[in-house]
Design a protein around this ligand. Structure first.
Ligand SMILES: Nc1nc2c(ncn2[C@@H]2O[C@H](COP(=O)(O)OP(=O)(O)OP(=O)(O)O)[C@@H](O)[C@H]2O)c(=O)[nH]1
Ligand SMILES: [Zn+2]
Length: 399
């Protein structure tokens, strides 16, 4: 495949199939730009079939952003929160259906709207409502109200921006976009993003990078049309005495973990899994491929992972900490991995993992998973509870 050709070989059903490559790229770019606006505290417009919302992130919005939001609105602002966070803010128990939803189930998603009295339309109060690690006494309690249209895509956009899924929104006035120079994005592009972004990957660079445990390793970088962070494929040639090139390779799908991979954090098992996978691939007669995906913190981003760690120090486990922030237990999908494997002509794999969702996820994306090899490391005294939670609540396979 030419290095600049898009990899959109097998776009899944449900994506915007009629879209030309140009339309696809402009939709992706618009989502990425809207996410950046939210990250810097600026409101955006989110347009859908039932009208347009003006949207700002509770975590980042400034007093100026709130004034811009009010100027663009034709109705009162409400706060959108994920159901588990809303239940905490309202000081009510999490509804039964949400107490123990299956990982990745529809019950994990959802959105609740709260009316915002004027005393809470203030950046510090909004941050406190959004962030369970930054709670403080508020002058008033918000009340539940009707959920506006486009609430779900709005929450999805906050998650793509790796912000807390907590948004101040209001119905937008007709002329808001032109009058106030706010960036506008279509809800349909936000919804299609998780599938369209992997379909737009291109190979952008490749180099030989000898590694301590794999002297012949090569790294290939892939970039999506949104301009986001690149994903990497690390090709590990076999150093076994009798290599069998062409045999089904060992593949590890590894989500980035700054703390574990780079700093040697003892909270997780990512560092040993990363280095251990490369060592194992080099020793395997078939060699291997390690896909290093820009999906820090199971897709919630480093900042939210640090917040999740604070909640874990207060007694929650890794799964409930994600949910308390308003995120699902695992926000990843593995389309990116499948597209990268297709691009390097590896349609069949032996997968190095304990995670049954990775096996199912890759298979659902068209990769033939010929077998699984366990990739288990002993606890280190700090991560024992984390490993136990992965086995008990995420269903990780122990052998
Ligand atoms: N949100 C969150 N993410 C975490 C936590 N601990 C580790 N991670 C992230 O989890 C990801 C690591 O998961 P993977 O190495 O793909 O492993 P896995 O899903 O456990 O499956 P295996 O293939 O069996 O290792 C990385 O992105 C880490 O940053 C945590 O407590 N909270
Ligand atoms: Zn980790």
């Amino acid at each position: 495949m030419s290095s600049m050709a898009p990899i959109a070989s097998q776009r899944p059903q449900g994506a915007n199939d009629a879209a030309s490559p140009d339309a696809l790229a402009s939709g992706l770019r618009a989502v990425h730009r809207a996410a950046s606006e939210l990250r810097r505290g600026t409101p955006i417009l989110l347009g859908g079939p039932d009208g347009t919302l003006v949207v700002a992130a509770a975590e980042t919005v400034s007093a100026r952003g709130l004034r811009e939001l009010a100027a663009a609105a034709r109705g009162p602002a409400v706060l959108l929160l994920a159901p588990v966070r809303a239940a905490a803010v309202l000081q009510r128990p999490v509804p039964q259906a949400l107490g123990a939803p299956a990982v990745g189930s529809a019950a994990e998603m959802g959105v609740v709207a709260l009316r915002l009295p004027p005393s809470l339309l203030d950046p510090a109060a909004l941050r406190s409502l959004a962030d369970p690690t930054a709670e403080r006494l508020l002058p008033e309690q918000p009340e539940r109200t009707a959920t506006p249209p486009q609430a779900l895509p709005a929450i999805a956009l906050a998650k793509l921006a790796r912000l807390l899924p907590a948004l101040v929104v209001a119905p937008a006035a007709e002329s808001a976009a032109s009058r106030l120079d706010l960036f506008a994005v279509r809800a349909a592009d936000v919804v299609a993003y998780p599938i369209d972004a992997p379909a737009s990957l291109t190979r952008v660079a490749e180099a030989r990078v000898p590694l301590e445990d794999a002297p012949e390793a090569r790294i290939i970088a892939f970039r999506a049309a949104d301009g986001g962070i690149e994903h990497l494929a690390i090709l590990v040639d076999s150093t076994a005495p009798t290599p069998t090139p062409g045999a089904v390779p060992l593949v590890r799908v590894h989500s980035e973990c700054f703390t574990g991979d780079l700093l040697g954090s003892l909270r997780c098992d990512c560092g040993p899994q990363l280095r251990g996978a490369i060592k194992r691939m080099a020793a395997d007669p078939a060699g291997g491929v390690l896909l290093y995906l820009a999906q820090e913190g199971r897709g919630i981003g480093l900042v939210n992972k640090l917040r999740a760690y604070t909640l874990q120090d207060q007694g929650l486990d890794t799964l409930d900490a994600n949910r308390a922030l308003g995120y699902g237990a695992d926000e990843r999908n593995f389309w990116v991995a499948a597209e990268m494997l297709r691009a390097i002509a590896v349609p069949r794999v032996r997968l190095l993992t304990n995670n049954p969702d990775k096996l199912a996820g890759l298979a659902a994306c068209g990769i033939e998973v010929e077998g699984r090899e366990a990739h288990q490391f002993e606890g280190n005294g700090v991560n024992d509870g984390y490993l136990e939670t992965k086995a008990r609540r995420f269903g990780h396979l122990l052998t």
